[in-house]
Design a protein around this ligand. Structure first.
Ligand SMILES: Cc1cc2nc3c(=O)[nH]c(=O)nc-3n(C[C@H](O)[C@H](O)[C@H](O)COP(=O)(O)O)c2cc1C
Length: 327
């Protein structure tokens, strides 16, 4: 494999999804292989204390690298070598064959998280397709059967999120609610991607600035209520379930599965809107697990999935299509 050629493809690999759009990955080019690791500055210790979303994001990045390389004709493989202490997930290495994938670089480029309205949920065929993707790795994708209970769980999960000052502070540090924000075009969650009007973005900025003072006066409940229910925007909630006894390395592998399921949906004209708070909050995670008859620790990811009514805005990246290097 020509490692220098892969460097040119890196801006496209950066289109991989990540929680809060932190883009935590780091590539270290060595003579014999490329080390895939992560930067501590992009961990989410408050929102993601177990590192589950970090590992899913890194796995999604690995899968994206392999798809982009295969599309360019590069023969590359991934060798997992997870080490939390060294902040490393594994190595991208030369391989005898191109990575076998049905996905293209064009799909990597056009896939987006979609937080807007869906005209329909996934049909049985789409659900079977993503389930098949997960089953190859020993997991499964399940639809949440009880919409009323799900709505209640989501409200509880939102309240839990906004009640935690550390989680709110961390979220605030990744929000880019005005184009004047210095990192608006590099990372984080923009007002446009969150689907906020100018007035809503301004109100959210003001509420978050006042959070330390108003927290005890019920602001968390108000924030949770003001965010509305995305479930009212259509679609169906799908849950990615891993096998029993997953360790850190297998969560990275399921990040690869997650990327494949999102690209499978994208190929079918569908999109995903993650609702990670349902799994982050211990009580709603337990309730969701018992609803699905699955041990809560096997729940990896939840997303509202459906057919978008319109296009979603592109999210920012630290490395842009012109090949700029990360900070
Ligand atoms: C593991 C993981 C968890 C995520 N959780 C959420 C979430 O709870 N809510 C949300 O709106 N987006 C969530 N996202 C979507 C990211 O915010 C999104 O991938 C990022 O902003 C980049 O945008 P893009 O997917 O359109 O490229 C998650 C993404 C990943 C990979």
């Amino acid at each position: 494999m020509r490692l220098a050629t892969f460097r040119e493809l890196e801006p496209l690999c950066w289109r991989a999804p990540s929680a809060h759009n932190t883009q935590p990955w780091r590539l270290d080019h060595r003579p014999e292989a490329i080390l895939v690791g992560w930067d501590r500055a992009y961990e989410l210790p408050a929102a993601d204390p177990s590192g589950r979303d970090l590992r899913l994001s890194l796995g999604a990045f690995v899968e994206t690298c392999l798809i982009v390389a295969a599309d360019a004709g590069l023969r590359m493989t991934f060798v997992g070598d997870h080490c939390r202490a060294d902040r490393r997930v594994g190595w991208l290495r030369a391989a005898p064959h191109r990575y076998d994938t049905p996905f293209s670089a064009a799909q990597v480029l056009t896939r987006r998280t979609h937080r807007g309205r869906f005209s329909a949920g996934p049909d049985a065929e789409a659900l079977a397709a993503v389930d098949a993707v997960a089953r190859i790795a020993g997991g499964t994708v399940r639809a949440v059967p009880d919409a009323t209970l799900l709505a209640r769980l989501l409200r509880d999960a939102d309240r839990w999120t906004y009640a935690d000052a550390a989680v709110v502070g961390e979220l605030r540090s990744w929000l880019r609610l005005t184009p004047a924000h210095p990192d608006y075009h590099t990372d984080g969650l923009t007002d446009r991607c969150l689907g906020l009007s100018g007035r809503e973005a301004t109100a959210l900025r003001a509420a978050l600035a006042a959070y330390p003072v108003l927290r005890r006066l019920g602001l968390p409940r108000l924030l949770a209520a003001a965010s509305g229910s995305p479930l009212a925007l259509g679609g169906a909630a799908l849950v990615l379930v891993g096998p029993p006894g997953m360790d850190d390395a297998s969560q990275v592998e399921f990040g690869r599965v997650l990327a494949r399921t999102w690209l499978t949906l994208h190929a079918a004209g569908l999109a995903a809107h993650p609702l990670s708070q349902l799994i982050d909050a211990p009580a709603t995670r337990a309730a969701l697990g018992s609803l699905l008859g699955v041990a809560p620790q096997r729940l990896l990811h939840v997303a509202r999935v459906g057919r978008p009514v319109g296009p979603a805005p592109p999210s920012a990246r630290r490395v842009d299509g012109l090949g700029q290097r990360p900070r």
